[in-house]
Design a protein around this ligand. Sequence first.
Ligand code: COA
Length: 339
Amino acid sequence: MAELPQNLFGVALVGSGSAIPSQSLTNDQLGQRVDTSDSWIRTRTGIGARRVIGPDESITSLSSKAALAAVEMAGWNLESIDLILLATSTPDDLFGSATAIQAELGAKNSVCFDLTAACSGFLFSLVTAAQFLRTGAMKRALVIGADQLSRWVDWDDRRSCVLFGDGAGALALEATSPESDGLIGFKLKSDGFRGNCLNLPQVGKYLSLASGINHQQGGFEFIQMNGQEVYKFAVREVPLILAEVLELHEIHPDKLDWLLLHQANQRILDSVAERFSIPNEKVLSNLSSYGNTSAATIPLMLDEAVQDGRIQSGNLIASSGFGAGLSWGAALIRWQGPA
Ligand code: COA
């Protein structure tokens, strides 16, 4: 086994929470807008409906709700939180929304920032937050994954609009002894050379500011996606990175309690599970209700399975996130839950 860095502290996953927008958009309703059908969407993706943030909700409000639920499960005092890390590509404020969550929660002693890594954002943030806990620099961290891709989807493009939805999920992480570590292993990867198959680019519009000087007007286009390339990327890279982490930690796939992948497409989930001979009942999926909520899918799914009792204290979970960047990663985690 390769030499692993020694950690002063372990990281315990002690609370989870989630929040979804109240508006639900079914495939049939989408079929009234674009040329698609419930059966096409279900067969190709496993998605039956998605949630869409309306006028009374926002990334900040959903994230705060999810975060508060995680804090309550963990039994924390809000003032004891050292870090609030928001994984999102769609903040309410381009300067970041983590501080707005801090203010809404009243978590006045926390340092707060956003992290952008598209659909891999939650996994990247989990690993980032864990580094502060491992070194002893911090004791308690809230990691939130939230996205509102409904803002940036072209609702007239049937090749992409059927996939995405909005939501938020959160995890409460606490420094613990190295023996009780709940982040057993991870690997993160990026490949900007293949980045052009999934983008949300700027509007390339320049205005005259003064004689001979132009400035760019802010704004973004719609999501641009080459679905087939993204699909091929996911079914190739996710098994490879998961295998790497499992092998490094000498864990056989049959020792896993759950496979918790980024919820992009049921066919991707099935393909990865098949590669490791993981039975369907161990593969967590809520695609049929929420579609792809980007950085929110992993904590949203985790919280759902904790709430309904599927995930139990001590369960071993293999997780993988993947998406734009391109970015992808895998983590082996052990759910502890509240003390
Ligand atoms: N409803 C009906 N027909 C549709 C459709 C829709 N929503 N979207 C595409 N089609 C049509 C296409 O126009 C095409 O028709 P044609 O053969 O007449 O040209 C046909 O269906 C097949 O299109 P194709 O793009 O080959 O479908 P696919 O089997 O690759 O499925 C995706 C498309 C998007 C579902 C699939 O590629 C995918 O899930 N990719 C991964 C995307 C993803 O997860 N992105 C986020 C990653 S974080």
